[in-house]
Design a protein around this ligand. Structure first.
Ligand SMILES: [Zn+2]
Length: 304
């Protein structure tokens, strides 16, 4: 509480300019633990585990792209006041990382940066590790365990509740992982070729045994070129791919290129995948579990 009071005094006046008073603020309820999360996947995870015992604030909204997310003034305010900041790490949240370094006063946990998670090899364009670890459900279970441990550390009085909710969630994740494996194994191996807008599905392909290709690399900051298009068209033809997929959280230009590849090669657009953002809250794809089920279902229907 003392820390929050001090931050309010020191930081708040600096942040008043451009502050949206209608937006959720970390100081909305000063009596409760505040957890600030970056991506929508992590916000969902934190809400499940925190339950009624903490106020969870998500920085990114539905459809926002973490690679190019631009900070709003209230984000800095929320990060500064948070008891706990949960983020993905591995440089997914390029701009937020900088603000967290400079302004966070609470505990900060980068969920994907853990010895149990083996980052996929370096991106051919940037030499950075692949941050999209949540597409291996076993790795998302590590996220859940680390979020639980962080909550217990900052708020030991609710340890038992955090543990119980995490146990229930881990069981659901295990069931999801097994279901996804079964579903995808039912598609003949030669047909398991997935072509997407940006290279977000490397862990998905590795874990569930699908060959994955993308128009551009692991970050959406890259601009697709005519050469990328030709390379993918050739690949669709060579590998006899059955479908290509567009994504919800990337630029129109990138999805347009996927559609052009489909037109030029005669394959169909197999559907829309959720890559770096969940769908609308309160919809079927508004949770990590629902989003993952949707992606598996879409891929299996298009490739089988
Ligand atoms: Zn991405």
């Amino acid at each position: 509480m003392l820390r929050i009071a001090l931050i309010t005094f020191i930081v708040a006046p600096l942040l008043m300019i451009g502050c949206d008073s209608s937006a959720p603020s970390a100081r909305a309820d000063e009596g409760q633990l505040t957890v600030v999360c970056t991506t929508t996947m992590i916000t969902d995870l934190a809400r499940v585990i925190a339950g009624p015992d903490a106020q969870v604030i998500g920085i990114m909204k539905t459809g926002e792209d973490p690679h190019v997310y631009e900070m709003r003034p209230r984000d800095t305010q929320n990060i500064a006041a948070a008891d706990l900041v949960l983020m993905n790490g591995l440089h997914l949240e390029a701009q937020i990382d900088h603000v967290v370094e400079n302004h966070a006063s609470g505990h900060v946990v980068r969920l994907a940066e853990d010895t149990r998670i083996k980052p996929r090899g370096s991106d051919q364009y940037q030499g950075a590790p692949d941050p999209h670890c949540w597409f291996n459900v076993e790795y998302f279970k590590v996220y859940a365990e680390r979020a639980r441990d962080a909550l217990i550390e900052v708020d030991p009085s609710h340890a038992e509740a955090y543990r119980q909710r995490t146990d229930t969630y881990l069981a659901e994740l295990t069931a999801l992982h097994d279901w996804a494996k079964q579903q995808i194994a039912a598609v003949p191996k030669a047909q398991r070729v997935m072509i997407t807008s940006h290279d977000a599905f490397g862990y998905f392909g590795e874990t569930y045994d699908i060959e994955v290709h993308a128009v551009i690399g692991m970050s959406t900051e890259q601009i697709p070129t005519g050469r990328d298009k030709i390379r993918l068209q050739q690949l669709v033809t060579d590998r006899g791919a059955k479908a290509v997929f567009i994504e919800t959280s990337v630029s129109q230009a990138l999805n347009d290129m996927v559609r052009q590849i489909a037109e030029a090669t005669g394959v169909r657009v197999g559907g829309t995948l959720y890559s770096d953002s969940l769908g609308e809250p309160d919809s079927d794809v508004g949770t990590y579990l629902g989003m993952f089920r949707h992606n598996v279902h879409t891929v299996v229907e298009a490739l089988k």
